[in-house]
Design a protein around this ligand. Structure first.
Ligand SMILES: CCC1=C(C)/C(=C/C2=NC(=C\c3[nH]c(/C=C4\NC(=O)[C@H](C)[C@H]4CC)c(C)c3CCC(=O)O)/C(CCC(=O)O)=C2C)NC1=O
Length: 169
């Protein structure tokens, strides 16, 4: 599993280069957002249950067919599995935020997910919709906590969304 620093060092080491201007700029931007990343992740941790609950309500409000007979989140067990998946996306997003790198998402979340979702008929479009709702609630919650300069918040959610939609589950 890599973070912003180990990814960068790995890239430079492969070609035996010293850290150049680009490397320094990229490290600087990571360290400049470091405290805000940690603070944002603390705010998310403290509100995780509420964020997931609200995201689920909003998702099923927007796409009520998911929880009707024939919908993939229909039945208590599948409803709960869907909320649990949202919770996974949120938790791993906080790891990626602190790491400043999406590698943890590839390794722990997205690997093999396509096959699993395919075989269970979990629909990719609505899943991406759920991830985007999570993102919106996270941004609002973090902003309400008074943390500014949080452009980095989008990255893990958009990355997971892109990977899920591009892979055309
Ligand atoms: C940490 C990495 C990780 C992920 C991401 C993960 C996802 C994951 N979601 C699953 C199921 C599921 N996932 C969903 C999710 C949904 N259905 C919908 O209609 C909605 C769009 C969506 C919620 C947003 C549902 C309903 C199931 C149960 C499907 C079934 O068993 O029929 C399963 C099958 C096994 C199980 O039920 O536990 C996995 C592995 N597991 C992991 O370990």
């Amino acid at each position: 599993m890599r973070d912003a620093v180990t990814s960068l060092i790995r890239n430079y080491d492969v070609t035996g280069r010293y850290l150049d201007r680009n490397a320094i700029d990229s490290l600087k931007s990571y360290f400049d957002t470091g405290i805000a990343r940690v603070q944002a992740s603390a705010v998310i941790n403290a509100n995780a249950a509420a964020i997931v609950k609200q995201a689920g309500l909003q998702l099923f409000d927007e796409l009520p067919e998911l929880i009707r007979p024939g919908g993939n989140a229909y039945t208590t067990r599948r409803y709960a599995a869907c909320l649990r998946d949202l919770d996974y996306y949120l938790r791993y997003a906080t790891y990626a935020l602190v790491a400043g790198d999406t590698d943890v998402l590839d390794e722990r979340v997205l690997e093999g997910l396509r096959e699993t979702y395919n075989s269970l008929g979990v629909p990719p479009g609505p899943t991406v919709c759920g991830i985007q709702i999570l993102k919106a609630i996270v941004k609002e919650t973090v902003a309400e906590a008074g943390i500014t300069n949080t452009a980095f918040l989008d990255q893990p959610f958009d990355y997971m969304s892109r990977e899920l939609s591009e892979k055309n589950l």
